[in-house]
Design a binder for this molecule. Structure first.
Ligand code: FES
Length: 263
């Protein structure tokens, strides 16, 4: 099962982000040229671009928030980058909104305060955009990668109590080398199928917190895609760094066609 939140957040956020970027950058350009060239049609256009850009930013932020809460691995370098990305973008939108409010009517010539707020806002927007790009290219947030036999991304929320086995899959649900992310309370656990049966381990790479469910698994080894660490999925031991600590593994049994996880 693929989580609805992942479906909503992943593709929409990167798709929507170019709109506020284009409109708000355009607003600064038109306001500056309008103000210093004394061309009212330019600053009027700038005012409209600013309003549309702020609205577009709010719309783009919603799937971004879903990604932030649901997709970005907790306690990871990606999470702290995502927090800074969010703060930079919120600051940018706030500054543009204040500038738009100060200028009042669309026909009012933007003064130096308005232009300064917009310029600082553009700086925050650029910094936020740079971090957003890194979240995609390095932390693979919003990337739907594939490798041989991986199947589609699976993600399921499970209710479990410590010490009590809980059914987490049918025996034939995963093929060899496929993985499924289990959300158990505030824990993220990977259920994976190897040539020797099912295994379960923490989703958190011990290097900088990358998602192992989002990694690549082959021949009993899972590789984190953030910096390449490899772990033995049966024992959790590190097979290749930069990670130095083993990942935690969990007990898994198969009975009557069901896979059961023991926390
Ligand atoms: S987070 Fe760096 S290798 Fe996994």
């Amino acid at each position: 099962m693929k989580s609805k939140a992942v479906l909503l957040g992943h593709p929409l956020h990167p798709m929507l982000i170019p709109f506020p970027f284009a409109f708000l950058t355009g607003a600064v350009l038109f306001d500056v040229v309008g103000r210093f060239g004394d061309v009212s049609s330019w600053w009027i256009t700038g005012s409209y671009l600013s309003a549309i850009g702020i609205a577009a930013a709010v719309v783009a932020a919603l799937p971004g928030l879903i990604d932030y809460v649901w997709t970005v691995p907790p306690n990871s370098s990606g999470k702290s980058r995502a927090t800074k990305h969010m703060m930079a973008n919120l600051s940018a939108v706030t500054l543009f909104a204040v500038a738009w409010w100060i200028r009042g009517h669309t026909t009012t010539r933007p003064d130096v305060v308005v232009l300064a707020l917009e310029a600082i806002g553009l700086g925050f927007l650029s910094a936020g955009g740079y971090m957003g790009g890194t979240l995609v290219t390095r932390n693979l947030i919003g990337v739907d990668h594939r490798y041989a036999g991986a199947g589609k991304w699976r993600d399921e929320t499970i209710e479990a109590r410590a010490g009590q086995p809980v059914t987490v899959a049918k025996s034939d649900e995963l093929k060899i080398d496929q993985m499924k992310l289990l959300r158990v309370g505030d824990r993220r656990i990977v259920l994976a199928r190897t040539e020797r049966g099912y295994v379960a381990f923490d989703d958190r790479c011990t290097h900088k917190g990358g998602s192992l469910a989002g990694g690549v698994m082959m021949c009993g080894t899972v590789q984190c895609l953030w910096h390449g660490s490899q772990f033995d999925v049966s024992t959790g031991k590190v097979k290749a760094g930069p990670a130095e600590q083993a990942v935690r593994v969990y007990g898994v049994t198969e009975k009557a066609g069901e896979v059961r996880l023991l926390l």
